[in-house]
Design a protein around this ligand. Structure first.
Ligand SMILES: C[S@@+](CC[C@H](N)C(=O)[O-])C[C@H]1O[C@@H](n2cnc3c(N)ncnc32)[C@H](O)[C@@H]1O
Length: 282
């Protein structure tokens, strides 16, 4: 594990007992949750429906923390897997999932890092593949290499239909610089200084669009929440603007050929036949 990821692990282990305990933290979580629920159709995920014959709809809650995203989207999926680098966060996630009546088949989190050079055996198994939706809630600015993160998460989606959702902050550069400076003069306070766990001081639409396109996603969408998040940090009140980004995993090369063939066939009244070995016959 890199020193930076280790710093995240440690800081979030320490924060886990009080994470989501303060009114501003509840409010932030509710803002994200409401925005996800209100924009559910826009996200373009094939959510669970009462009449879909019990289809398994799979959510990857990456950098899951104590499970805010799982709580927001849990009602619309059937299987949830959480992954977080902090073992204390994972413990809290699993306690919360259990006490809300979910079985570990329905929702379960494990300690892990999909962004490291070597990914653990456990995360290589089928349980951690082919998700309908992968969501990173307020974790993206804590990742060392966003391009790798997008690629690794995209690989875990169902080709053609799986959707990657990132909820994070638009740029707050000046703020972060000021926080770092102010912290040097005010080492005490009740919310710990987390600036050493932050790699990126927010993202623009252009930044994220480029990452999505290069990561193999299409149908990009960007939504900015109307109200800023208000955070009671160590050095006082800070406002952050939150965005939701979404994109669908592109079809494989074979999928593209199949789609192209499908549209040709439609226009020719179904006279063509296509076999997976790419032999076209008329
Ligand atoms: C701000 S919290 C967000 C938690 C949760 N998603 C939420 O919305 O409340 C960021 C989380 O990212 C996790 N994290 C940081 N780097 C990570 C990495 N490389 N892989 C997995 N989790 C990571 C931290 O342990 C922490 O739980």
């Amino acid at each position: 594990m890199s020193a930076f990821t280790e710093a995240n692990r440690k800081a979030f282990n320490d924060l886990s007992a009080t994470y989501n305990s303060k009114p501003w933290q509840h409010k932030l979580s509710a803002q994200v949750s409401d925005a996800l629920q209100q924009n559910r159709d826009w996200l373009g995920v094939r959510w669970s429906k009462p009449d879909d014959g019990g289809r398994d709809v799979r959510l990857l809650d990456y950098a899951c923390g104590t499970g805010s995203i799982t709580k927001a989207l849990g009602p619309y999926v059937s299987t949830i897997r959480g992954v977080d680098v902090s073992e204390s966060m994972v413990e809290k996630y699993n306690e919360a999932a259990q006490s809300s009546g979910l079985t570990s088949e329905q929702a379960n989190a494990v300690v892990g890092n999909l962004l490291s050079d070597e990914v653990s055996q456990q995360l290589s198994g089928p349980e951690y593949q082919l998700f309908d939706v992968a969501v990173v809630g307020l974790g993206f600015h804590h990742f060392e290499d966003p391009a790798t993160a997008i690629k690794r998460l995209t690989d875990r989606l169902k080709p053609e239909t799986g959707v990657l959702v990132i909820i994070d902050f638009v740029p707050f550069d000046d703020e972060l610089a000021r926080e770092r400076k102010e912290h040097a003069h005010h080492p005490d306070g009740d919310f710990p200084d987390m600036s050493h766990t932050i790699k990126h001081s927010g993202f623009t639409r252009q930044d994220v669009l480029k990452l999505y396109e290069e990561g193999g996603l299409e149908d990009f969408g960007w939504h900015v929440l109307p109200d800023p998040a208000v955070m009671e940090l160590k050095n006082g009140t800070r406002e952050r603007t939150i965005f939701i980004a979404k994109g669908r995993r592109s079809p494989s090369a074979w999928g593209k050929v199949r789609n192209w063939f499908g549209s040709m066939q439609q226009s020719m009244g179904g006279q063509l036949a296509l076999r997976p070995d790419s032999q076209y016959t008329s």
